[in-house]
Design a protein around this ligand. Structure first.
Ligand SMILES: [Zn+2]
Length: 256
């Protein structure tokens, strides 16, 4: 088994709002990976005294624990319970009805000898590499479709017809892209926050297959290093327009 992960803040002066972790059960069979990308609110405009890094660590930790210990529960149910658990911790101190209450994208994958299950919510990506080396991205493409249709994303968060992030309402788990595939159809898998996925989606260094090949050969840190170099080379976003010049980045690569 080979598992590697890397994460780095877009701005070293600010806390990293991405979260990435892996759990391997004591049985020695299978594993779980979880990757979250917290949504950055304007300063002091999220109604929460804890902040986004606290939220992603809480939610990610709960999701990892539930996915690993409750293998009888589908990943969407694990996410729903993890949101519920996180909400419960700060419902009395924070305004969780706030539109910008701490929230994040979610990728989770769980494997054993027979099956790989996965869940993707919002714009982080899961890559599955087949036995022949073909790479299949698993994407929740709601944001891309809204952008392509000319919509502005403000006001479309967590509403019908818009896009969905994991915030305070556990029912959002039902909006996630979920599926499963036989274990022997997956040679390796990787998850990336959009700050790392911009290697493909913004800087066009290669497609998802080439991105996966880089991860396999040189590991997650090398991918993040290449993203940072591309950001440094275009700090004002002139050549490669993007929301943030630098973004938090997280990557996990797993070859079970
Ligand atoms: Zn809070």
């Amino acid at each position: 088994m080979r598992i590697e992960l890397a994460t780095s803040p877009g701005d070293p002066q600010r806390p990293n709002e991405d979260y990435v972790s892996v759990a391997l059960p004591a049985s020695g069979v299978g594993g779980v990976l979880v990757l979250l990308d917290g949504v950055t609110p304007p300063p002091d405009e999220d109604g929460c005294i804890h902040g986004v890094p606290w939220f992603t660590a809480r939610l990610g930790g709960a999701l990892l624990e539930l996915s690993g210990s409750r293998r009888d529960m589908p990943l969407a149910d694990c996410l729903s319970s993890a949101i519920e658990r996180t909400t419960e911790v700060h419902r009395h101190t924070c305004d969780l009805s706030h539109a910008l209450t701490p929230q994040s994208t979610v990728v989770a994958a769980r494997w054993d000898e027979t099956t790989v299950e996965y869940l993707v919510l919002s714009d982080s990506v899961l890559l599955l590499e087949g036995p022949d080396g073909a790479v299949t991205p698993v994407l929740d493409d709601r944001i891309d479709r809204l952008r392509a249709a000319g919509h502005r994303l403000a006001g479309l968060r967590n509403i019908e017809g818009g896009f969905f992030t994991a915030a305070a309402d556990p029912r959002v788990a039902g909006r996630a892209v979920t599926g499963s595939t036989p274990r022997d159809r997956v040679r390796a898998l990787a998850a990336l926050s959009d700050g790392a996925g911009r290697w493909v989606e913004v800087f066009r260094e290669g497609d998802w297959s080439q991105c996966f090949a880089l991860l396999r050969k040189e590991g997650p840190q090398a991918l993040i290093d290449q993203v940072r170099a591309a950001e440094d080379a275009d700090p004002t976003g002139t050549r490669f327009p993007r929301g943030k010049a630098y973004d938090d980045a997280a990557v996990v690569f797993a070859q079970p």
